[in-house]
Write a protein of this length. Structure first.
Lengths: 282, 288, 189
């Protein structure tokens, strides 16, 4: 039992949701995407702002409609864990945490395996971009809090984008900014009809950029790409699920294209922070 | 090289930020003696405050409150639980404050810090002892199922005075809560999944009162009273006084922690100022 | 003088390596020069024969970190016969957001007569010391030196609780009791 928190009931569950008979759920077999506005290749509009956490060395907040994350960067500061010996390079440590109210189902306060996995991916995606060789025996701690999540892929890619902007805002030397982007492979043909007609698996699935939670429920596979736009280098790619290699290479192309758009947003947000600090100093 | 008049030691000159780092209390004393604080506020001044409702759509109710550099987000999630045996018709209110390492370098990853526990506990007491909500309102089926309101406050940016900000966010989020009307059927609680929430298929919480607080710190032996302390002020001052009052000006909670003795007249001054502050804050919360 | 056009972000291409030399805040990759921090770019020409230096001035400076030969201000936390352990609080005039650990070893306290140095007669816990980084040290601590006139104790508190004033390079006097205590003092600058 957790004695350090105000205790609640030992077991609580979300109520069962009953949909009325005339309720229409969104499916990918219709004409539109879930929000009825976007084309398959469109991302949600991104809002990115730096410098909202004044105790942190650098910080950023990102919003893709319902997906909302905040990131704080602390460091370079001394490595707390000792006994590792002298290190001529710095250490980048990213931790991602979901707020308990961030998902449809309430999350526990304990660090769960999904958070650990996402933390590792963000660390791997950002490390190649940070010039750690300039920061001997120091650590940079990147903390990301997910306030609201609307889809696994978009949450992860937003975390990468947001953390990279926060690192730049902290004045840490980097080779390039890192933009993260996700795509889902969703079949436009209902599964029941595809199983009845043999050979329909040759119909390639539709690639939906930046899928939201409702769309992810129908995905056959997904890809998350982290990319350094001006160096034209990929730092991390994660492909899950079943897809043909042509679909994958096509989705990588789409993601790279989208990352270039995200880069423009990051560029704008960071320059805005320059202007703001200039105005403040006057 | 110029010599600083206050320091009896020889002429070492530093930039203001270095001086603040080496002698935080001395740095601060110089400002206070002039009647202002390093951030430009008067001693009695509160920082600009904003309240936004309904910022999290995955929660039943939510609010974001900013007090100067302190930003907190509160989300309320309603889940179904079995009631306690001794109170079969009462629901649960479970407030917790999370001071995670994102908000300040003072907090480390791991279990809640002492400060987080103290703040959670203080809010828990205010909610329960001043009967903000009739827990019977949260009953679904007596003895079988009740609503459990998980009230979680996440601090995104910490710059002092977490109690005032967290309590305001909890009250705002509770006012924002909408729960779908449940039906109880043989051990299963169901709610309708209809698209739009309206008064027919959902209900709001009936809040009896809205306690809001104002905190002060006592600086130095001169016992200067500073309202709404920021992080730097909290770390050099010892005693902290928090006064929680409701809309009728009645005191719901009063706490004085830490060293530094204070006279009854100081406490009285705190109460008077807290009444004014909570009035302003309440007006701000009702604007939206 | 500065315009938005001069503002750059990490990864932005600044020019060809045949045109400029890479200065602070920039790096070269293959044939090009790129920015590595957010800030304003600046070109400085030293002489006509050399390439101009491209630098990027950080807009939001990185949190201070001790580097080789940096002048630091630190607080003594522990002493023993071999070294004084300190917390590094300020590096080159910029306060650190998180203190770094350092040690002043007995052989690094002063430049002459090193064998006669006693740590107890040089530093006491609580003293504020100006020192120089001489080595990145071991896994835990930076190695610091006070072997120069302007390095040593700059603020101290006496046994009686008064502040100390230097009266020679190895003695300080309490302002309250006029008692004399031994320290390795810094020469006021």
């Amino acid at each position: 039992m957790d004695r350090k928190r105000v205790p609640g009931p030992e077991l609580s569950v979300a109520p069962l949701v009953e949909y009325p008979v005339d309720h229409k759920r969104w499916t990918p077999y219709g004409e539109t995407r879930h929000d009825a506005k976007r084309q398959p290749e469109d991302m949600r509009p991104i809002y990115l702002k730096t410098g909202l956490i004044n105790q942190a060395n650098g910080s950023a907040y990102i919003e893709l409609e319902k997906t909302k994350l905040a990131c704080g960067v602390y460091g370079p500061r001394p490595i707390k864990r000792t006994g590792q010996g002298f290190s001529g390079k710095g250490v980048l440590n990213c931790e991602i945490k979901f707020a308990t109210f961030s998902c449809a189902k309430r999350r526990s306060n304990m660090r769960d395996p999904q958070e650990k996995e996402l933390s590792l991916i963000v660390t791997q995606a950002l490390t190649p971009a940070v010039r750690l060789e300039l920061l001997p025996k120091s650590a940079i701690d990147v903390y990301i809090t997910v306030l609201e999540s609307d889809g696994w892929g978009s949450c992860l890619s937003a975390a990468i984008t947001c953390a990279s902007a926060a690192l730049a805002h902290a004045g840490i030397e980097m080779l390039d900014l890192v933009a993260g982007c996700s795509a889902s492979y969703i079949s436009n043909v209902p599964e029941s009809s595809s199983s009845s007609t043999s050979g329909s698996s040759s119909i390639p699935p539709q690639i939906y950029m930046d899928a939201d939670l409702e769309e992810e429920k129908y995905e056959q596979g997904a890809i998350v790409l982290a990319y350094m736009p001006s160096l034209n280098e990929v730092t991390h790619v994660l492909q899950s699920g079943k897809a043909e290699s042509t679909t994958i290479s096509q989705s990588v192309e789409h993601c790279v294209e989208a990352c270039n758009k995200i880069y423009a947003v990051m560029h704008h947000a960071l320059l805005e922070s320059i202007n703001e600090s200039k105005n403040n100093s006057l | 090289m110029t010599s600083t008049s206050a320091a009896p030691s020889p002429a070492f000159t530093f930039s203001a930020s270095t001086f603040q780092k080496l002698h935080p209390a001395e740095y601060f004393r110089k400002f206070i003696s002039q009647g202002v604080r390093p951030d430009g506020r008067l001693l009695t001044g509160f920082r600009p405050t904003t309240v936004h409702y309904g910022v999290i759509s995955t929660a039943n109710g939510s609010a974001m409150v900013r007090v100067g550099g302190t930003t907190v987000v509160c989300g309320v999630k309603a889940e179904v639980a079995e009631p306690r045996l001794d109170s079969p018709d009462q629901g649960y209110l479970v407030p917790n404050v999370d001071l995670s390492p994102i908000c300040s370098s003072a907090f480390r990853p791991g279990p809640p810090s002492e400060q987080a526990q103290v703040t959670s506990d203080a809010i828990d007491r205010v909610l329960k002892e001043s009967k903000v909500l009739d827990l019977k309102d949260l009953c679904i089926e007596e003895g079988k199922a009740v609503w459990s309101l998980w009230i979680d406050v996440v601090c995104v940016s910490y710059d002092g005075n977490i109690y005032d900000a967290a309590l305001a966010s909890v009250m705002a989020a509770l006012a924002n809560v909408r729960i779908r009307k449940p039906t109880y059927d043989e051990g299963i609680v169901k709610v309708s999944g209809a698209q739009e929430l309206d008064d027919d298929n959902s209900f709001k919480l009936n809040l009896n009162r809205t306690p809001l607080s104002a905190s002060f710190v006592l600086f130095d032996t001169s016992l200067e009273l500073l309202a709404d302390p920021n992080f730097a002020e909290e770390s050099i001052c010892e005693g902290q006084i928090s006064v929680t009052v409701d809309e009728e000006g009645q005191i719901c909670a009063l706490s004085k922690v830490g060293g530094g003795s204070s006279s009854p007249s100081i406490l009285k001054e705190c109460v008077d100022r807290a009444k004014e502050r909570s009035k302003d804050l309440r007006a701000l919360m009702q604007q939206q | 003088m500065t315009s938005v056009a001069d503002a750059v972000v990490p990864g932005q291409r600044l020019g060809h390596i045949q045109e400029y030399t890479a200065g602070p805040g920039t790096y070269s990759h293959q044939d090009f020069l790129y920015a590595s921090v957010v800030g304003l770019k600046h070109v400085s020409r030293t002489s006509a024969s050399e390439l101009p230096v491209m630098t990027v001035h950080r807009e939001n400076s990185q949190s201070a970190m001790p580097g080789m030969e940096a002048i630091v201000i630190c607080k003594v936390v522990r002493v023993n016969p071999r070294f004084a352990a300190v917390n590094i609080m300020v590096v080159n005039g910029i306060p650190c957001s998180d203190d770094f650990q350092g040690v002043i070893r007995v052989q690094d306290v002063r430049a002459t007569e090193k064998d006669k140095v006693k740590i107890y007669n040089s530093f006491r816990p609580g003293d504020i010391v100006r020192a120089q980084v001489i080595s990145l040290g071991d896994a835990r601590s930076y190695f610091l030196s006070t072997a120069a006139n302007e390095l040593g104790v700059i603020f101290g508190t006496s046994v009686a609780g008064g502040s100390l004033v230097p009266i020679s390079w190895q003695e300080m006097q309490c302002t309250k009791t006029k008692a004399i205590e031994l320290r390795k003092c810094a020469k006021p600058m």
